[in-house]
Design a binder for this molecule. Structure first.
Ligand SMILES: Nc1ncnc2c1ncn2[C@@H]1O[C@H](COP(=O)(O)OP(=O)(O)O)[C@@H](O)[C@H]1O
Ligand SMILES: [Mg+2]
Length: 304
């Protein structure tokens, strides 16, 4: 197998004169979970559509599973499973019927799909719902059915656009567990998300997108070390501007977001000492996380 499952090189896309993907390059190795992390409008869905050959780049090269896209997108799509941002299941049909119809898109016979349905339903934890209409399913069940549907053609690559947005924590954990089992089976996953916890848990590598540009790329923990690299103290209460001048000498950086002050502190004890006895404040000291990286790169109100 080629050592690159997906390659983007200098890919650009505009809509109505506005550049939404701007000279984007990245590669994904087989078996990796690669994250595209970015706020709404960053270009994540546009990137997944270009990867599938459903949107045409204005410039740049895209290779998916060894073939050029969009030129040979039909061939690539046979080996890709897709979970689109918005479920497009047929609500009037049952769970089983949705899987059957989808299998036929891939040229599978009814018999072939039927043979797969029990294992797909088991994977999606929907064994008891085979004959339920999709309209009766919860949001989490619909999402798991979309995931099962994406596996009908036994794809090598899964492209998932915000697979857990809108789900409650329980439903989200179930999806994460399923995605991990797919990775354990050697599947390659491209995942878009704006949930930092999701990216931190699942992604081997990720890139952070701002306005369609790749502003940082790497393993989650390497990015956290590079971009933050010290403890974070969150300070609640008080006047953030007054506090900020008090602790400035001991902070690597200070940010204010709403009523919370974030102090990036190589030596947190010095900061705590400055604020000793301040009954009006509540301090939370914690290790840095991907959300700090994301907010740094995508912009939180900057104080310093
Ligand atoms: N078909 C389209 N026509 C016009 N503008 C679009 C179209 N698709 C996306 N856009 C614009 O491109 C930008 C990126 O959108 P999108 O890729 O959906 O971002 P994300 O998935 O990260 O939220 C947005 O400003 C959006 O309005
Ligand atoms: Mg999107």
């Amino acid at each position: 197998m080629s050592s690159v499952a997906v390659g983007f090189a200098g890919v650009t896309k505009s809509y109505g004169g506005k550049t939404v993907v701007d000279g984007l390059s990245f590669t994904v190795a087989p078996g990796e979970c690669f994250g595209l992390l970015g706020p709404n409008g960053a270009g994540k869905s546009t990137i997944t559509r270009m990867l599938l050959g459903m949107a045409r780049p204005a410039a740049g090269e895209i290779t998916v599973l060894g073939v050029p896209v969009p030129a040979r997108a039909r061939l690539a799509r046979k080996r890709i499973g897709v979970v689109p941002q918005f479920d497009n299941l047929d609500l009037a049909f049952t769970v089983r019927e949705n899987l059957l119809v989808f299998g036929r898109y891939f040229g599978m016979s009814t018999r072939e799909v039927e043979a797969k349905i029990p294992s797909l339903l088991e994977f999606a934890n929907l064994e008891n719902k085979a004959d339920a209409r999709v309209a009766e399913l919860s949001g989490g069940m619909k999402r798991r059915l979309t995931l099962a549907r994406a596996l009908v053609n036994d794809p090598q690559l899964l492209v998932m656009d915000e697979p857990t947005t809108g789900l409650d924590p329980h439903a989200r954990h179930l999806i994460w567990e399923r995605l991990r089992s797919l990775l354990a089976r050697g599947k390659t996953i491209i995942l878009t998300t704006h949930f930092m916890e999701e990216a931190e848990r699942l992604c081997d590598r990720l890139c952070v997108l701002v306005g369609g540009r790749n502003v940082a790329e790497g393993r989650p923990h390497a990015l956290i070390d590079e971009q933050i690299g010290c403890q974070v103290i969150e300070i609640y209460g008080g006047n953030p501007h007054e506090l900020s001048s008090l602790i400035k000498p001991y902070a690597k950086r200070i940010e204010v977001s709403g009523e919370t002050l974030f102090c990036y502190a190589p030596d947190p004890e010095h900061v705590r000492l400055q604020l000793r006895g301040r009954e009006d404040l509540r301090l939370l000291q914690r290790p840095p996380n991907l959300e700090d990286v994301f907010l740094r790169l995508t912009g939180r109100e900057l104080e310093k």
